[in-house]
Design a protein. Structure first.
Ligand code: ATP
Ligand code: RIB
Length: 307
């Protein structure tokens, strides 16, 4: 399926909307410790939103299915999605919950740790998703993460499958998933921690990434892409295994790097490129993002990617 020039592929992203509260420090605190950090930033985020904006900036026509609270954070997020040319017809509002918030610490190497208070994300329902069936039917790819209820995720996968859609799953945050669920996914994109959760193998090097990819594959998924931070991504495509390195850059903030990777991967795949080329494209986009502060503010545009 090669998309002709000028015609955008269609991606439906189903996932979370958060506002990120970020503090940079020399290092991350250990349990029980208070440390002094640097400047505080408040940025729009959420894995679903970051991936939707990535897909839109990188060239796809995007519908985002999500839920906000009836508050300033939610309304601001909605305005941002509109300005990013995302279809917001299926952004629902929960008047009883606050919008999602993420507390993020970033160390001097750009590594982060995150706690999410899901708020309204927790009430995205199967009924909400069923309202977007027309968009799911016409999509080239459905992209999902796990910051929304598992019931909604399972329903979305079942619905998309019914219409023969390619489903890309970013299994973040890490969670146990059944083999029968996994067998309906076209490609899964875990990071090291999520890959360990799914395979039982601690991913520390290429050999362990290979074993993890193999085990995840045996659970019923043909295509596995384990992202390895600055090492790039380890790819299982059917019976082929390859390490595809990231670009060498100076990382300032890796927050959302995985989201840019997923958005970029989905766009390139939806345009009819091979899985390997989609990973190469995603590595370039994500390595650019880590050279900039923030999640959404760091997302590159298509014109910045030379492949
Ligand atoms: P995060 O949670 O920080 O958003 P993640 O843990 O989901 O990220 P990673 O495996 O850390 O995902 O990174 C995703 C992709 O981002 C990598 O596969 C790579 O392409 C790019 N990347 C991450 N860190 C770096 C880095 N230091 N230098 C270059 N590219 C990087
Ligand atoms: O992947 C990064 C994102 O995770 C942040 O934007 C934060 O909101 C959490 O969802």
């Amino acid at each position: 399926m090669e998309i002709s020039l000028g015609h955008k592929s269609k991606i439906v992203v189903i996932g979370s909307c958060n506002t990120d509260m970020v503090v940079k420090a020399n290092r991350l605190p250990i349990p029980g410790e208070t440390i002094l950090g640097g400047t505080f930033y408040m940025n729009p985020g959420g894995k679903g939103a970051n991936q939707a904006i990535s897909a839109s900036r990188l060239g796809a026509e995007v519908t985002f299915i999500s839920k906000i609270g009836y508050d300033l954070f939610g309304l601001q997020a909605l305005e941002i999605y509109k300005s990013e040319k995302i279809n917001t017809d299926f952004i629902f509002t929960d008047s009883k919950s606050p919008s999602g918030v993420a507390l993020i610490s970033v160390d001097s190497f750009g590594e982060n740790s995150i706690i999410v208070a899901p708020g309204a994300n927790r009430s995205l329902s199967t009924e909400d998703i069923s309202k977007a069936v027309s968009k799911i039917v016409e999509a080239d790819i459905i992209l999902i993460q796990l910051e929304i209820p598992m019931e909604a995720v399972e329903y979305a996968v079942e619905l998309a499958n019914r219409y023969g859609k390619k489903i890309i799953l970013n299994p973040a945050p890490a969670s146990g998933l059944s083999d029968s669920f996994l067998s309906n996914i076209h490609a899964i994109l875990p990071n090291r921690i999520e890959a360990e959760m799914l395979s039982g193998v601690k991913v520390t090097d290429i050999e362990s990434a290979h074993r993890a990819a193999q085990i995840i594959g045996e659970r019923g998924i043909e295509n596995v892409v384990i992202t390895l931070g600055k090492e790039g991504a380890y790819v299982k495509e059917g019976e082929m295994y390859t390490l595809l390195p990231a670009k060498e850059v100076e990382a300032i903030d890796t927050t959302g790097a995985g989201d840019v990777f997923c958005g970029a991967f989905s766009v390139y795949l939806s345009e009819g490129h091979s899985l390997t080329d989609a990973v190469k494209f995603a590595n370039i986009a994500a390595s650019l993002a880590v050279t900039r502060i923030g999640a959404q503010s760091a997302i590159p545009y298509r014109s910045e990617i030379n492949i």
